[in-house]
Design a protein. Structure first.
Length: 403
């Protein structure tokens, strides 16, 4: 029986990885298409009279683009995009932050939300992954409560073993000591046939609007990537208990080493008055749009363009940019490889490392996670990138360069 369970878990993990890869590819491509649809209406509206009828058309276009972006962001969540690197943190910090956000949601009105915390529970995993998983599980519970009843969240450390004689759904978790978050609601519960498929995307009964039906799938995937588990126990008419089983581990120390940065005079590479920014992306519509936005909203800068990492590296060696806006997925040389080559070149030449604004619809790889976790010099923007977010990210880093 245990061998059969192990084989089932392997098959589920293989299927999960295939679905995640497909979702990530779709999200990435659609986010590239959506970026201009989100940015251009705002820019066009700024050129129109306030009483123009065309403003109403632009609002409708923006609303549709935002709804589409909501769906692609849900797919990106399912794919594991933009999860932070592992680090040690207090579980209660995440629980309190998630509950504070949920209490402000309309769906929480009329629901009695209770929290029972155990202090001092430190865990090592992606904080973003835990926050996302807990939020999705709580949203699922609130949807079942429909504005009435009680939602209880308990945080504790205990020995856990699979329940016997109770309908359970989720990847088989071995018995042992876990950091545990229990989310229990007094809703209508789930019939056994629904419970069995609860982690399948778009399972029966889920809302289909704006990525609905993906919540538990997203939570399950986020936890499995961190060696954690999600179990559901439910009975029709008696509510549902969701149990997040989180690993107990030693504090994790992130690798924060980086190339030495110095303001020594360059051996080569031109430095001119004012600021120079490089935008590197293999999508011409994106690179042209970003150039237009930055030159329109930030005075006194020059924006150059590159279509892949090879071009970006060559241009950086020539111009020593203050800020580089870099897509992570490009042909010939991807964004992470280009970043590492730039880092190596700066160390060799004694140059200060440029500030990086990474853009992606996929999960960043290890070197990028390291870079964005070591301070404010570098940052990661999720596609589709809105104009004000891009401008703020670049402007703040140009101000760092001026200090």
């Amino acid at each position: 029986m245990s061998d059969n369970k192990a084989k089932c878990n392997i098959m589920r993990d293989d299927m999960r990885e295939s679905v995640q890869a497909f979702a990530g590819r779709v999200a990435h491509d659609f986010n590239n298409l959506l970026t201009p649809l989100l940015a251009y209406p705002e820019m066009i509206a700024a050129e129109l009279p306030e009483n123009s009828r065309a403003n109403g058309y632009l609002v409708a276009l923006s609303d549709a683009a935002n709804a589409a972006a909501c769906i692609t962001n849900r797919l990106a969540d399912l794919a594991g995009a933009q999860r932070s690197a592992k680090r040690s943190f207090d579980i209660n910090e995440v629980v309190n932050a998630v509950l504070a956000g949920l209490r402000r949601q309309p769906m929480a009105q009329g629901v009695n939300i209770l929290c029972e915390n155990s202090s001092g529970l430190i865990i090592t995993m992606s904080q973003d992954a835990l926050s996302l998983a807990l939020e999705e599980v709580c949203r699922n519970a609130l949807a079942a409560l429909r504005g009435t009843g009680t939602l209880v969240i308990r945080v504790l450390q205990r020995y856990w073993q699979p329940a016997s004689g109770v309908a359970v759904s989720g990847t088989h978790a071995p018995a042992g000591v876990y950091n545990v978050i229990e989310v229990q609601d007094t809703g209508g519960g789930m019939a056994e046939e629904i419970l069995r498929q609860a982690f399948r995307p778009f399972y029966a009964g889920a809302t289909r609007r704006c990525g609905g039906g993906l919540g538990l799938s997203i939570a399950h995937c986020a936890l499995r990537e961190n060696d954690a588990f999600l179990q559901l126990e439910s009975k029709d008419g008696l509510g549902t208990l969701a149990t997040l089983l989180l690993p107990v581990s030693e504090p994790f120390v992130a690798n924060t080493t980086s190339a030495e940065e110095t303001d020594a005079a360059p051996v080569t590479g031109r430095r001119e008055a004012g600021h120079r920014v490089l935008v590197a992306d293999d999508e011409p519509s994106i690179v042209n749009l970003f150039k237009l936005i930055l030159e329109n909203y930030i005075q006194g800068i020059v924006v150059d363009k590159a279509s892949n990492g090879v071009e970006a590296l060559a241009l950086f060696k020539a111009w020593r940019y203050d800020v580089i806006v870099m897509d992570l997925h490009m042909p010939e040389m991807d964004g992470q490889t280009a970043f590492l080559e730039i880092e190596k070149h700066c160390a060799q030449e004694g140059w200060a490392m440029p500030k990086m604004v990474f853009c992606t619809g996929y999960a960043p790889r290890d070197a990028v996670k390291r870079a964005i976790s070591t301070g404010d010099r570098h940052t990661l923007l999720n596609k589709p990138v809105r104009s004000e977010v891009l401008v703020k990210a670049v402007q703040s880093r140009l101000e760092m360069a001026s200090e």
